[in-house]
Design a protein around this ligand. Structure first.
Ligand SMILES: Cc1ncc(COP(=O)(O)O)c(C=O)c1O
Length: 391
């Protein structure tokens, strides 16, 4: 670990006389910290009795992060870790975006979107992220959205919306039908909101939902179908068009989980790729879509959008609290929300632009195409997903 001069800034009493070299400085810091009997690299079970010098704490955190496997030096960016864009220092691939994100995060660190009157800039970011994402999904004039903390919350909210929508139709024990490739967030949502999850078996070869199985699983209590574009386990896009037709015929909702494929699929199509895939609001019957800005939208973690074909379904997700402390209304499940994620996401989206996302989609597609060919060339196995299997 490297300790810099001034490491004990703010704790002069613990310091010996100003040392003459960086090495002596480091040694002095270590000696002073040893005196405090603090080893931040060992597990802490309680707060340090005295607050530690900021620079020392920062140095320890930097050293800990540098030792994380994600940062292991190697050829190229080989670690994934749920980070969907290149991260790198200046001059490296992804360096420019990461620097912009770092600058923005410093600006917006101590903000709270709950107090929109104090930070209208955050409110602007939130509205524009939602609007740009809904437009990307071919949302019509009536389409609306909500900015959430991630894919999971973007799945929780529409499930709540479908439960409330069902109530309006007299359904007291709502059911949602999915394939067994649905993301676990759906099961959490059903548990949280008291919705019965009806799991159908996907086609063993294509790994896509079988519409006939959905038909067979439908009951008078079914409120919605849940499909993926694509699913997490193997990157397959469910037959959204057929499911949409059926949803319209039966008056059901249809949620499309586009958390993983969001931005990639939309911009791959804009780039002339994957022309036969259909999943967004251009498909009749699609009523809600979850799409993660913090995946292929390339933002830092903590930002996703759930889009609704119209405001009526979204209405069911709001709970204006009037019985405690006066009127309290928040758009999603959270109360206080740090504006930093929204500011980073907004800056990422507008600095990347449609051309940048098209490039990202082309790059991902060419890697995928090469991987698919490599797998298929082994003769051992067939890979046909739009993404990759997580091997
Ligand atoms: C298809 C799909 N849906 C939902 C999620 C959940 O997203 P999050 O981890 O942001 O909550 C993921 C995460 O990988 C996903 O791949």
């Amino acid at each position: 670990m490297s300790l810099r001069r001034g490491a004990l800034h703010g704790r002069p009493a613990a310091l010996p006389m100003a040392p003459s070299s960086a090495e002596e400085d480091d040694a002095a810091v270590l000696a002073a910290v040893a005196e405090l009997a603090v080893d931040l690299e060992a597990p802490l079970h309680q707060l340090p009795a005295e607050g530690l010098p900021a620079q020392f704490v920062a140095d320890v955190a930097t050293a800990l992060k540098a030792a994380d496997p994600y940062n292991e030096p190697g050829e190229g960016l080989k670690k994934w870790g749920g980070i969907y864009h290149a991260t790198g220092r200046e001059g490296e691939e992804g360096g420019g975006l990461e620097e912009l994100q770092a600058t923005i995060s410093t600006e917006y660190l101590s903000t709270n979107a709950l107090y929109a009157g104090l930070w209208p800039s955050i409110q602007k970011f939130e509205r524009e992220i939602v609007a740009m994402t809904v437009a990307m999904l071919n949302g019509g004039e009536d389409a609306v959205g909500l900015l959430t903390s991630g894919g999971t919350e973007s799945i929780l909210l529409p499930i709540l919306g479908y439960r409330e929508w069902g109530k309006l139709k007299g359904i007291t024990e709502p059911e949602i039908i999915c394939g067994d490739t649905a993301h676990p967030a759906l099961a959490k949502a059903c548990f949280y909101f008291g919705v019965k999850l009806v799991v159908t078996t996907v086609d063993p070869v294509t790994q896509r939902i079988v519409p006939d199985a959905v038909r067979a699983a439908t009951t008078p209590s079914t409120v919605a179908i849940y499909a993926s574009a694509p699913n997490f386990p193997n990157g397959r896009v469910d037959p959204i068009v057929e499911l949409g037709e059926y949803a319209v015929e039966r008056g059901l909702g249809l949620h499309v989980d586009n958390c993983l494929g969001g931005f990639y699929l939309s911009f791959a199509q804009q780039a002339g790729l994957l022309q036969d895939v259909r999943w967004d609001f251009g498909v009749p019957g699609v009523t809600t879509i979850s799409v993660d800005v913090h995946k292929y939208g390339m933002a830092a973690k903590g930002v996703s959008v759930v889009a609704f074909a119209d405001a009526a379904l979204r209405r069911g997700t709001f709970y204006p609290v009037v019985e405690l402390l006066g009127t309290y209304i928040t758009p999603t499940m959270q109360g206080s929300r740090n504006g930093v994620g929204m500011a980073i996401a907004w800056a990422t989206m507008v600095s990347t632009g449609q051309d940048g996302y098209r490039k990202m989609a082309r790059d991902v597609h060419s890697v995928h195409t090469a991987m698919k060919a490599a797998v298929n060339n082994t003769g051992q196995s067939t890979c046909s997903s739009f993404f990759w299997s997580h091997f």
